[in-house]
Design a protein around this ligand. Structure first.
Ligand code: B12
Length: 342
């Protein structure tokens, strides 16, 4: 079919490239047409979501991380992908009495696209879905869930710095009597982090959500009892947040000699690192900080996410050293990960 206007549904690579070309121009309508062609050609909806859209969004992220896309181009492409997923999801209408879930991002997490994809997939499977989008404040979430009483909150968290926010969201849902199924890249590849934050279940892929919700027997009281409380060390760090960040920025700047734009990046990096540290301490998981080091070092060029420098970690380490021995041990893991991936 050399003259076909759309790639064939059995050629995944072509399909991804065609949709990427459309969203790369910020054109969600064109992308919708291309996907319509793929579906008419027999490609199932879950394959469109997870084999076409998810990898092409990762490619958008890679282009931005490597500096091929500026922030505006990345936003245009991601915005078009999000519109595309919303348009696709709009074609499913499930009956009023279908089983009902609410899908939301953890408090503080602005990565709405993964949650939107999860919501679209559950609609496709026949669930009634209310999609709340990014960063819902926990108190509003509790009030909303008490009101609408869904069968579950399906919670997405994309970035480790928002794991404490995920804990707040889970507690809010439990307060409203609603059990929580958690997932997303911040929870890692096992149920441990989700369980330690009080989630009733974790799933490693959207494909596992439906079966989990159909077979689980959540016990909110037990899940809440098993959730880990903040440690004394975390409370010491949190109560001195501003002072620690200022000291860490000074230490990193003096070893790097950076001012101006470089100085601004240092401050932003220290903030993210400090939040990741608190998240790691909350879930008692040093691998959060190891992964953070590998990721930080992997940033090829200084993008808005960081200068990828051991001096940032060293600066924070010296600022927390008098207060927090576990935090120091975790930051040492970050330094080793940076060293190993250099
Ligand atoms: C687009 C994007 C943004 C957009 C989000 C726009 C939007 N509307 O969603 C914006 C610009 C807002 C953004 C902001 C930030 N981002 Co960002 N972002 C990305 C990017 C490029 C794509 C994310 C995405 O949509 N991926 C595609 C989805 C489909 O993949 P996914 O997240 O893995 O989701 C799948 C699974 O995890 C799973 N899943 C997801 N949720 C759930 C839930 C359940 C229950 C289940 C079972 C499964 C499940 O299903 C999904 C489909 O397969 C990634 C890079 C990347 N390669 O992913 C960075 C990335 C996630 N961002 C990152 C960072 C650091 C940030 C910022 C801190 C940057 C900054 N300095 O401001 C802020 C965070 C602000 C905040 N507090 O939330 C880092 C995170 C690093 C880390 N170690 O955690 C990444 C990895 C980029 C990088 N390589 O540095 N970001």
């Amino acid at each position: 079919m050399a003259d076909a206007p759309y790639p064939r549904g059995d050629d995944l690579q072509q399909a991804r490239l065609a949709v990427l070309a459309a969203v790369g121009q910020g054109d969600a309508g064109l992308a919708f047409d291309v996907v319509g062609g793929l579906m008419a050609d027999g490609m199932p909806f879950d394959s469109i979501l997870f084999d076409v859209i998810a990898p092409l969004q990762a490619e958008i992220g890679r282009r931005w991380q490597q500096g091929d896309y500026g922030i505006a181009e990345e936003h245009a492409a991601t915005g078009a992908v999000e519109t595309l997923v919303a348009l696709l999801a709009g074609s499913f209408t499930n009956p009023e009495d279908a089983r009902h879930v609410v899908v939301a991002c953890a408090e503080g997490d602005t990565h709405s696209l993964p949650a939107r994809m999860v919501a679209a997939y559950l609609l496709y499977l026949g669930w009634r879905v209310t999609y709340l989008g990014s960063s819902v404040p926990a108190s509003d979430l509790a009030a909303y869930l008490s009101d609408v009483k869904p069968e579950a909150l399906v919670l997405s968290c994309a970035i480790v710095t928002c794991l404490p926010g995920a804990r707040a969201s889970i507690e809010a849902a439990h307060h409203a009597g609603v059990p929580v199924l958690a997932g997303g890249r911040a929870f890692g590849a096992s149920p441990d982090r989700a369980r330690r934050l009080g989630a009733d279940a974790w799933a490693g892929h959207p494909g596992a959500i439906d079966e989990t919700l159909r077979s689980w027997q959540p016990d909110i009281a037990t899940a809440e009892r098993d959730a880990l409380a903040p440690t004394d060390e975390m409370e010491r760090l949190e109560s001195r947040r501003l002072q620690i960040i200022a000291e860490a920025v000074d230490a990193a700047r003096s070893s790097e000699g950076g001012n101006g734009a470089a100085g601004l990046r240092v401050r932003a990096d220290v903030h993210i690192l400090f939040d990741a540290l608190l998240a790691a301490l909350l879930v008692r998981d040093p691998s959060v900080m190891r992964d953070f080091g590998t990721w930080h070092r992997s940033l090829a060029a200084p993008t808005h996410v960081g200068t990828a420098s051991a001096t940032i970690v060293g600066g924070l380490r010296s600022a927390v050293a008098p207060l927090a021995p576990t935090a120091v041990a975790y930051l040492d893991e970050t330094l080793v990960a940076i060293e190993l991936s250099a």
